[in-house]
Ligand binder design. Structure first.
Ligand SMILES: [Zn+2]
Length: 135
């Protein structure tokens, strides 16, 4: 995706604010360009530094809202606060249900937050996709 610095800052700020818990949310895209960031609540039952869970109904409502605004669900984002920003097996299982939606991960373990994005197929194949930061 292409994302403006101010929107990417919103995603990174959410990750830093919630650390050491994992944060989550979605990015709406229009023609491959990010148009809005929607933080969501991590509803995981259990220690949130270990993972995240989105409320399915909230996500479906959000997708409706995004589509009503003429955009589409472009990416689901979350953070990794204790491991590199690479999809875990849990991520792969989840993302496989959303083919074509980017799986964006903010790694907050290092000195500087690191943002990576992937496409993950139903078969669990992972492809790096570029995050172009530009207005
Ligand atoms: Zn993850």
């Amino acid at each position: 995706m292409r994302i403006a610095p101010a929107l990417l800052d919103e995603v990174v700020a959410h990750a830093l604010r919630d650390a050491p818990d994992e944060c989550c949310g979605v990015v709406a895209l229009r023609d491959g360009v990010a148009v809005s960031v929607h933080p969501m609540e991590n509803v995981l039952q259990g220690p949130k530094p270990l993972g995240f869970e989105l409320d399915g109904l909230t996500l479906l409502r959000l997708i409706d809202e995004i589509e009503d605004a003429g955009a589409e669900l472009g990416a689901i984002y979350h953070s990794h606060t204790r491991s590199p920003p690479y999809p875990s097996q849990t991520d792969i299982n989840f993302a496989g249900g959303w083919p074509g939606v980017e799986w964006l991960i903010v790694g907050t373990k290092g000195a500087e937050p690191e943002v990576k994005s992937y496409l993950i197929t139903r078969d669990g194949d992972i492809t790096d996709v570029p995050v172009a930061v530009a207005d």
